[in-house]
Design a protein around this ligand. Structure first.
Ligand code: NAP
Length: 351
């Protein structure tokens, strides 16, 4: 790509916003040119208002950038949004209406019927919903694409190879989610140390509904939800980064455990085929050791862009059960948006 595409990050001072800035450093196609946060931060130097938590120091390129406010005009072609839910919808719709390509992490737009909820390895065909979106809204070049909730994406990356090979009738999961999933400073330390919180507001509903949309089929500009039943229970555990999920599945047809493991290990999708810059070589990584995956050891596999499965075994109630782990602010958020944007650039939706 001769000239890099200019990018703005909304919510740039937060947990996910910081990941965007870290992951986009030195990106071959994208250059971060605008940072946006709340009135608390706007008008100030990025380094002065950001409690940087994702690495040892703020990238030089971002350090001195002025932070813009939500109402300031933006020049960038691509907007990566990590705004809180509730605020995101109106801002993202306005920017897409102005011709920007908006990639959002917030939940507001995920279940809107004409917004693709995309994982490039799973449902890249849903990108064509953008044509319906543009038609519905009278946009000639703007667009909005959402990536799923940070637990949904790792569940689905693990389910996809099985879905394709054997079908899935029922999926049941219990999550053990990291504290960084609640942003910074997030859950108070006195609620987390020595504890597990068995409730994350709205999270179970998100996993259950988003899964049906992502596996749904696109016909005539509409997505029909997939005919699978999903049940989720979500907990917050005292882990810094990396959501773990215990999963049990009833398959559409019989499969041996070796066949299931083989499906995981050999899985690859459109980003791998296209050689997208942020694509992991292996979107699903299989750990064979009895005590893996573990957040501390496995969350950074494939630069945080993979879902790591382990403990694959027979389930005496359903057919198969396993654990899956993935990084919540990388593949669960910023990395997912960046991969979506790379796919849409490669496929000609962004000029
Ligand atoms: P966070 O750490 O609390 O950061 C929130 C960001 O939004 C900050 O930059 C903040 O700016 C900005 N902001 C807050 N209120 C604003 C307002 N009224 N106007 C403009 N900017 C405002 O949250 P986060 O964890 O990064 O999450 C961001 C979004 O990503 C949420 O929608 C969340 O659900 C989603 N998400 C998070 C994760 C995760 O693992 N953390 C994963 C997937 C999706 P100031 O610093 O100026 O206040």
């Amino acid at each position: 790509m001769a000239e890099k595409i200019s990018v703005a990050v909304l919510g740039a001072t937060g947990s996910v916003g910081q990941r965007f800035i870290q992951l986009l450093q030195g990106h071959p196609w994208f250059a971060v040119n605008e940072l946006v946060a709340s009135d608390r931060s706007s008008g100030q130097r990025y380094a002065d208002v950001t409690d940087w938590r994702v690495s040892d120091s703020i990238p030089e390129s971002a350090r001195d950038m002025p932070v813009k406010g939500l109402s300031d005009p933006l020049e960038s072609t691509i907007v990566f949004s990590s705004l809180p839910g509730g605020i995101a919808l109106e801002v993202e719709n306005r920017l897409a209406g102005e011709g920007k390509s908006v990639f959002t992490n917030a939940s507001d737009n995920r279940m809107v019927p004409d917004v693709p909820l995309m994982i490039p390895e799973v449902n890249p065909d849903h990108a064509s919903l953008i044509n319906t979106q543009r038609k519905n809204r009278g946009w000639d070049k703007g667009l909005i694409v959402a990536n799923p909730n940070c637990s949904t994406i790792h569940l689905i990356l693990a389910l996809k190879p099985i879905w394709d090979a054997f079908g899935i009738e029922l999926a049941m999961t219990t999550t053990l989610q990291a504290v960084s999933g609640a942003g910074y400073p997030g859950v108070p330390s006195l609620d987390m140390i020595d504890n597990i919180v068995p409730y994350i507001g709205g999270e179970e509903e998100k996993i259950e509904s988003e899964t049906l949309k992502i596996f749904g089929s696109l016909n005539g500009g509409e997505i029909s939800p997939a005919p699978v039943k999903v049940s989720a229970q979500c907990t917050r555990v005292p882990v810094r980064d990396g959501h773990t999920e215990s999963v049990s599945l009833k398959l559409g047809k019989q499969a041996s455990i070796d066949e299931v493991i083989d499906a995981f290990a050999t899985f690859s999708g459109r980003p791998q085929e296209l050689g997208l810059p942020s694509a992991p070589a292996h979107p699903v990584v299989v750990r064979s050791q009895a005590d893996r995956p573990q957040p501390v050891l496995d969350r950074d596999a494939e630069n945080g862009m993979a879902s790591i499965v382990g403990r694959v075994r027979e389930c005496p109630i359903f057919d198969v059960k396993f654990m899956v782990l993935g990084h919540n602010t990388i593949r669960g958020a910023a990395g997912a948006s960046i991969l979506n944007a790379e796919l849409l650039v490669k496929e000609g939706y962004i000029s």
